[in-house]
Design a protein around this ligand. Structure first.
Ligand code: FAD
Length: 859
């Protein structure tokens, strides 16, 4: 490509690691491509950030390209964490080796870009006046490349030397004999402060929010740490690509509260000694999800800070208390906390004494005036979106990206955004990006984009653009993931909070690098699901949603799949029962109730049936609900749905009596159905003895238990009692024909399978008997039944049976509330404390019980 060319296949903006590799891939694929770069050389982050102490905080062996295998032999890192000059030299080495600079226009800033819908081309405008036209426009502009303008009054007034860590002078700065201020205490400040202190006469650090930092323990990398890489570099890289954050690490199996205090401290000490960023929150599996667990880590690091920093007041000021560990980017340091023990270093806590203005000679806080020779601003970046909307981008129909993203960025996979055909972002918002080893994320995006362009060319297509449905649901999915973590609780740059006026949304995708890669690959495998592709060969709109499962459900299913458990129906009845008991014991127990009473009541044939009564912690007497557990009429017991029963008890303020109706195959149909009625009758009759309000009961149940509850309501009506005030049916079995679409669509892969459901039916009920309403309540007379809440889950084989039952109840004139739960599976709602996204369904169950029972009690 020559300087004079104005039309190319691809324009890439940015010559950092992303733009460099994208150029390589474009060349290899035979596209004409040109890179536009503001700087006068390659390197991006490592070109600009030349402040003292600048270095990576992911081990260099991990933070390096994998696409050129020879590089691994040709380049050896001198330290665990290479410093900026060495990383820049690495970028330059790669540029030389692959002769990249001939296709880069340096000293060229892209100012605006417009999509021409007639020519299907982007027109790119630059500050040099040279415009370019291209088919594809790739923003490799970096997540942390747009420095944040300090929002401090008087910044322009200072007459001394002013430095920004993000645009440090190339010749370096000598602070010898000077009075220096550093404003900010993020990663760049933590890295530079010890080195500035080593030179300066006086150093004053102005801190608004302290950050968590652990010692980097830099130096040559140990043979032990390097061994897995050297043993098999390809396997090592592959593991990185499939990992959570782009670095091979063992996934911890335990939560921080699952081990003894001694064990926990020992593991945190090991983390402190290891000096790896991902180890900080990677010691236990719940650090970023559970506030109590995170508190243990916070306390540990506070203890370390207090043990290092001699002045207790300074130590306290350095202890972060307003955010959980890892919810802001944590730091690795070399002698950061120790620096505050030096007599010429002072910390000013701006939470106690805010800056009122910067003056001609220094900084005024509300209570003090400081004089300085130099001020260093380490005030961070307008992260993830700053450099993208820093260019005025206009897409189809005059829509600007700034307008589209006014309420926060909307992307599909962090790669593209609807209305802006052929505009790609590398590590854009909505992708793992800054939550990962960026090198791995960059390479994945570059490869995905290159493959997409080749796909278009091979199929005579010239545009690609996500659908609005696909991107809206991706944003929702990413937000749902974030909401499962503590991340959104912090005022962090991940949330855009550091930039005044920036919309506050969680910017990166928090589901992890490996899971994200699988998702992107699946989009392609499913013929670019969620994209519209257009060209001479026609327009293909493959609208759809790539991730419909709620994220916690997705993670649970993935975990189960990894465990490789045999199917329940192959375990035999005893084996299946043991399995169910064992897996139930691993679930969170549910909330505390006032009292638990275990007893027996007579079943339909006089067999004593065990029950467990859950009494609320409030003053009684309380109304009563009879609960029937799940388990396909074969598995389960009065205690197997304990967490859900506790939840319903506390949240509906009612007594819940969970009944162990007789099970198949020992007692086949209609034993369970008949026991349901017998139990409800006995409990209604003995309400006073049980400490409740007698006379009326509600019925509730899950799965086969919901079948028993629905049948009990019907049988009670036919028998003229007991009085049932309402029925709460969670994922009910209502129809033994099992021929509805959900039986096929959701037959496998979502926990409850049709194979096990058929196994349950076969144990419980002969085929001929399944037409009996006591087996298939959908076939019964539904008129005159008590009000009902029917909850169905999108990815449940039983979904359509439940939906049909809700519709039939409504047709029969029954007051029915039908809650359809998108993204949920059959087993999600009962998992109290484990499945967070289904909380609303549990709350609806409790609300329904409360309203049925209170209405009845007041009648
Ligand atoms: C101090 C610091 C330390 C970091 N340490 C790590 C680490 O240890 N591990 C890690 O994974 N990540 C780290 N990062 C993140 C780092 O940004 C990425 O790892 C990676 O370097 C990003 O590469 P990139 O090519 O995507 O973007 P960048 O390296 O940011 O390059 C983007 C380029 O685009 C150019 N550009 C932007 N807008 C325009 C425009 N309009 N016109 C022309 N050119 C433009 C910029 O000048 C820049 O050169 C760090 C970031 C910083 C700031």
């Amino acid at each position: 490509m020559t300087e004079s060319s104005s039309e190319v296949d691809v324009v890439i903006v940015g010559a950092g690691f992303a733009g460099m590799y994208e150029l390589v891939r474009m060349r290899r694929a035979g596209f004409s491509a040109i890179v536009l770069e503001t700087a006068d050389d390659v390197g991006g982050t490592w070109y600009w950030n030349r402040y003292p102490g600048a270095r990576c905080d992911i081990l260099s062996v991990d933070y390096s390209y994998s696409w050129d295998p020879d590089l691994q032999q040709e380049w050896t890192w001198s330290e665990r964490y290479a410093a900026q000059p060495e990383i820049l030299r690495y970028a330059q080495f790669v540029a030389d080796k692959h002769d990249l600079r001939r296709d880069v226009r340096f000293n060229t800033r892209v100012t605006s870009a417009e999509w021409n819908d007639d020519t299907h081309r982007w027109v790119i405008h630059t500050d040099t006046g040279d415009d370019l036209t291209c088919r594809h426009y790739i923003m490799a502009t970096g997540c942390l490349s747009m420095p944040k303008v300090p929002d401090i009054e008087g910044t322009d007034r200072f007459g001394g030397e002013v430095y920004f860590t993000s645009t440090w002078p190339h010749d370096g700065v000598d602070f010898t004999g000077k009075r220096v201020a550093v404003i900010g205490t993020g990663s760049s400040a933590v890295q530079s402060i010890p080195l500035i202190a080593a030179e300066a006469d006086q150093l004053t650090v102005f801190q608004r929010t302290p950050n968590f930092s652990i010692p980097a323990r830099n130096g040559p990398i140990s043979d032990e740490r390097l061994a897995p890489f050297l043993a098999d570099p390809d396997a090592y890289r592959d593991e990185a690509r499939r990992s959570a954050a782009g670095v091979p690490r063992e996934t911890p199996l335990e939560g921080a509260l699952m081990v003894s205090d001694e064990e926990r401290t020992a593991r945190y000490e090991a983390m402190w000694e290891a000096g790896e960023l991902l180890g900080i929150t990677g010691t236990f599996n719940d650090t970023l999800a559970n506030a109590e667990s995170n508190d243990t880590l916070r306390d540990f690091i506070h203890g370390k800070i207090r043990s290092i920093v001699k002045d207790p007041e300074v130590a306290e000021a350095l202890c972060p208390t307003n955010h959980y560990v890892g919810t802001k980017r944590a730091c690795l340091d070399t002698n950061y906390y120790e620096t505050y023990n030096l007599p010429h270093v002072r910390l000013v806590d701006l939470r106690k004494d805010p800056i009122s203005t910067i003056t001609e000679t220094g900084v005024d806080t509300e209570s003090e005036s400081f004089e300085f020779d130099a001020i260093v601003f380490a005030t961070g970046f307008d992260a993830m979106t700053g450099a993208i909307v820093g260019v005025d981008i206009t897409g189809r129909d005059g829509l600007t990206l700034k307008e589209k993203w006014a309420e926060g960025p909307v992307t599909y996979l962090g790669l593209m955004t609807a209305g802006f055909p052929n505009l790609f972002m590398i590590t854009g918002p909505g992708s793992p990006s800054v939550l990962s080893n960026m090198m791995v994320s960059i390479e994945q995006h570059v490869d995905w984009i290159a493959d997409a362009l080749v796909h278009l060319r091979e199929n005579d297509l010239d545009t690609i653009e996500p659908t609005e449905l696909a991107e809206t649901r991706w944003v929702q999915h990413s937000n749902e993931f974030a909401d499962l973590t503590l991340m959104p609780t912090a005022n962090s740059w991940y949330m855009g909070v550091n930039v005044p006026g920036k919309p506050q949304v969680f910017l990166p995708y928090p589901g992890g690098v490996g899971r994200y890669r699988v998702t992107c690959d699946e989009v392609v495998e499913r013929d670019y699901l969620g994209f519209a592709l257009d060209g001479p060969s026609g327009r293909i709109v493959n609208d759809g949603i790539i991730r419909e499962l709620a994220p916690d459900v997705q993670v649970m299913l993935e975990t189960m799949a990894e465990m490789g458990l045999p199917p329940i129906e192959t375990m035999g009845v005893d084996g299946a029962r043991e399995f169910m008991t064992a897996s139930g014991a691993m679930m969170p127990p549910g909330p505390d109730v006032g009292e638990i009473v275990d007893g027996t009541l007579p079943g339909a044939d006089g067999t004593p049936l065990e029950y467990r009564l859950f009494r609320p912690p409030t003053d009684g007497p309380h109304p009563i609900a009879v609960y029937f557990h799940g388990g396909g009429w074969v598995l389960g017991s009065a205690t197997s749905d304990d967490p859900l029963c506790r939840y319903l008890c506390v949240h509906s303020n009612s007594i819940i009596v969970s009944v162990n109706y007789r099970h198949a195959p020992e007692a086949r149909f209609p034993a369970a159905a008949d026991d349901g009625l017998a139990a409800a009758t006995w409990i209604a009759d003995h309400g006073e003895e049980l400490g409740g309000i007698p006379g009326q009961v509600a019925v509730a149940g899950w799965s086969a238990g919901a079948n028993v509850a629905a049948v009990t309501a019907q049988q009670a009506k036919l028998a003229g009692g007991p009085a049932i005030s309402g029925q709460v049916l969670l994922c009910p079995v209502t129809d033994g024909t099992t021929e509805r679409p959900s039986h096929t669509e959701n037959a496998d892969g979502y926990g409850l399978t049709m194979a096990v459901m058929n196994w349950f039916w076969d144990h419980y009920c002969d085929r001929d008997d399944r037409a009996d309403p006591k087996a298939s309540p959908l076939l019964g007379d539904l008129t005159g039944l008590p009000p009902a809440l029917v909850i169905t889950c999108q990815f449940d084989p039983l979904r359509d049976e439940g939906d049909a039952y809700a519709a039939a109840l409504a047709d029969a004139g029954v007051s029915v509330q039908h809650l359809q739960c998108p993204g949920q599976t059959h087993t999600a709602v009962p998992a109290v404390g484990a499945m967070i996204t289904s909380e609303y369904a549990r709350a609806a169950m409790a609300d329904a019980l409360r309203s049925y029972l209170r209405t009845a009690a007041n009648a």
